[in-house]
Ligand binder design. Structure first.
Ligand SMILES: *Cc1c(COP(=O)(O)O)cnc(C)c1O
Length: 395
């Protein structure tokens, strides 16, 4: 293969309003361009300590074992499962979208036995069904579910699900990849045992890191395992020697130094804004987008009480080629929105308003671009109303 034509890669400038990654703030990119230092350098170790404190704040937890896994959200998911699920363990897994299905895969690969509770894609997890399953399977050890289903734009009631799990003596594994920083998530108050997230959704850092946090109950289970964790890289017993408090920072793997600068900076920005303010911002911009979308005559796929403010699933009107719309948005407006997945493929657009992408400017830009493209394609929409409707919410 010829390489003579290869030059430095200069990506196009996009506006990212899909299911992630979200736009990365220039401050985060600038932090990542700072000089690389050794991952055992005292200055770096001090930064790691701050990073842990900032994650405590973001997760609203005092869990000692709170660290960023050096890999994307899927690795955070895997960290939770490989450490907590032992061969033969029964795990009740809720599935109402793509990511619950991946949880099932994880349980199976750990030699566990998944008990699946399925809900329609686009609906929240049904608490009654979960309770029934926990009653029927009294020997279940873990309840696993997705707090914010990015594939469908649905939020489930994590607080109630965790309470159910405790009542039936189960640990909880919670996917908070899209909820962290975007919507209320109170790890200690809700007594979540294991939670994982991602750097590239509402934290607006670059992809590739997965913050995780484990309760004391979870740590006890991990330390009392009969068998070694099947993954060497994700074995928390080993990682604790690297990230743990007072740990000797023994070499485990080379931390991704510059990406961690980026995560540190993005968490500083959330601290400065205030978590509650960040949650309120995501809600406000969701409401503005919603007003515009509805003024255009389009509708949301998910019922109001289950909607995820940072990920808006919009039903594609009859006769409109959803892929053609996304293609035009990208080519003409350099705007990325997401397609539907699984049973929603071809039927919805997914508009992300995550982290630094959740701004009044993006709401107005997206509504304008979407309206223009839909008009060009002859779609039957109300013209000229969306931006006024959104502006009223924003002002
Ligand atoms: C994005 C996402 C993941 C996977 O994260 P990656 O960083 O892509 O590995 C897992 N769960 C949910 C709910 C997500 O939105």
């Amino acid at each position: 293969m010829g390489i003579n034509h290869c030059r430095s890669f200069v990506p196009p400038v996009r506006t990212l309003m899909g299911p992630g990654p979200s736009d990365v703030h220039p401050r985060v990119l600038a932090a990542m361009a700072r000089p690389t230092i050794g991952h055992l350098d005292p200055a770096f170790i001090q930064m790691m300590d701050e990073l842990k404190s900032l994650l405590h704040y973001a997760f609203q937890t005092e869990n000692e074992l709170t660290i960023p896994v050096s890999a994307p959200g899927s690795a955070g998911m895997e960290t939770c499962f490989v450490n907590l699920v032992e061969p033969g363990d029964k795990v009740v897994v809720c599935q109402n979208g793509v990511f619950g299905g991946r949880m099932k895969e994880n349980v199976e690969r750990c030699g566990g036995q998944p008990i699946m509770i399925e809900d329609e894609w686009g609906a929240a997890i049904d608490l009654d069904k979960v309770e029934k399953a926990l009653k029927t399977h009294a020997d279940a050890k873990i309840l696993a579910f997705v707090h914010a289903e990015t594939s469908t734009g649905v939020q489930s009631d994590a607080e109630q699900l965790c309470e159910l799990a405790r009542r039936y003596d189960c640990l909880t594994i919670v996917d908070a990849v899209t909820s962290l920083g975007g919507t209320p998530l109170n790890v200690d108050e809700w007594a979540i045992d294991a939670v994982y997230s991602g750097s590239q959704k509402c934290l607006s850092c670059t992809p590739g890191l997965s913050p995780v946090s484990f309760s004391e109950r979870a740590v006890k289970k991990i330390q009392g395992r009969q068998r070694k964790v099947q993954s060497w890289f994700l074995d928390l017993n080993l990682l604790m020697n690297y990230w743990g408090s007072g740990a000797k920072r023994a070499y485990h793997h080379t931390a991704p130094v510059n990406p961690l600068y980026g995560l540190h900076e993005s968490l500083i920005m959330i601290k400065d804004e205030g978590l509650e303010n960040a949650w309120a911002r995501h809600e406000r911009h969701h409401q503005a987008l919603r007003a515009g979308i509805e003024a255009m005559g389009l509708s949301f796929t998910v019922k109001e009480s289950d909607r995820l403010p940072q990920l808006n699933a919009i039903s594609v009107p009859q006769g409109v080629d959803e892929a053609a719309v996304r293609k035009r948005l990208l080519e003409q407006y350099s705007l990325e929105i997401g397609a539907g997945l699984g049973s929603l493929a071809g039927r919805v657009w997914r508009i992300g308003l995550m982290g630094y992408s959740s701004t009044p400017k993006n709401v107005m830009f997206c509504l304008g671009a979407l309206e223009a493209v839909l008009c060009d394609l002859g779609a039957p929409i109300e013209q000229g109303k969306a931006s006024t409707a959104a502006r009223i919410v924003l002002s």
